[in-house]
Write a protein that binds this ligand. Structure first.
Ligand code: XMP
Ligand code: MG
Length: 183
C-alpha cells in the first residue's frame, strides 16, 4: 500500500513550488538593489515564515542577518482573533538597524499592524515588510507592505509554511484544502 501523501489533501494548487521560488528570487533581487551596502536584518514571524525566510535569504547576495519573533494571532483554526500576544521576542536590539519583517501571509492585517507599531517603537533606521502572500479582500486595516510575493483570493491556503491545525507546512506548493479535511 502506498503511504499517504499530504499533497493528496489539496483541492487545488494555486502556486507551484517553481512559481514560488521564481518570485522569491525576484524579491531577493529587489531587496539587494534597495539596500545596497547596508546589512539587512530579516525578522521572521514564526512559524509560518520559516520557509520564505530560508529561501529569501539564500536568494540574496547582500549581507543579511536574521532573527525571529513568535506572536499568537490564530489559535489552531482559521479565524483571526485580533488579539496579539508576543510569545517569543527578538534576540537582538533593532535600534538603528534596517529591518524587514518577513511574513508568510497577510490576511486581516491585524497581527502585522500590532507588530509594526511594536517594532517601530524600538527605533530601527528603517522598517519594511515582505510577505509571500496577501489577501487584499480580507484586509481590515491598512498595512504598508513594500514586498508582496502574490496576492491571493480570500480563501484559506496551506503549504510553504502555512498550516491548518499545525499540518501542511511542509508542502512545497500552496493551495486550498479539500473539504473532507475540515469535516
Ligand atoms: P492576520 O489576519 O492578522 O493574520 O493578517 C495573519 C496570520 O494568520 C494566519 N493566516 C493563515 N494561515 N492559511 C494559513 O495557513 C491562510 O490562508 C491564512 N490566513 C491567515 C497566518 O499565520 C498569518 O501570519
Ligand atoms: Mg504567520
Amino acid at each position: 500500500m502506498d503511504a499517504a501523501d499530504v499533497a493528496d489533501d489539496l483541492e487545488k494548487v494555486l502556486f507551484s513550488s517553481d512559481q514560488i521560488q521564481a518570485r522569491v528570487a525576484e524579491i531577493a533581487a529587489l531587496i539587494d538593489a534597495d539596500y545596497q551596502g547596508r546589512d539587512v536584518l530579516l525578522v521572521g514571524v514564526l512559524n509560518g515564515a520559516v520557509m520564505v525566510m530560508s529561501d529569501l535569504q539564500r536568494a540574496m547576495h547582500s549581507h543579511v542577518e536574521m532573527d525571529w519573533m513568535a506572536v499568537s494571532s490564530y489559535g489552531s483554526g482559521m479565524q483571526s482573533s485580533g488579539v496579539v500576544r508576543i510569545l517569543k521576542d527578538l534576540s537582538v536590539d533593532i535600534e538603528g538597524r534596517d529591518v524587514i519583517v518577513v511574513e508568510d501571509i497577510i490576511d486581516t492585517g491585524l497581527t502585522l499592524s500590532y507588530l509594526m507599531s511594536n517594532l517601530a517603537s524600538r527605533g530601527p533606521a528603517s522598517l519594511e515588510i515582505m510577505t509571500m502572500f496577501r489577501k487584499p479582500d480580507a484586509a481590515q486595516i491598512d498595512v504598508p507592505v513594500k514586498y508582496v510575493g502574490f496576492e491571493i483570493p480570500n480563501e484559506f491556503v496551506v503549504g510553504y509554511g502555512l498550516d491548518y491545525a499545525g499540518r501542511y507546512r511542509n508542502l512545497r506548493d500552496v493551495g486550498t484544502l479539500a473539504p473532507h479535511v475540515y469535516s
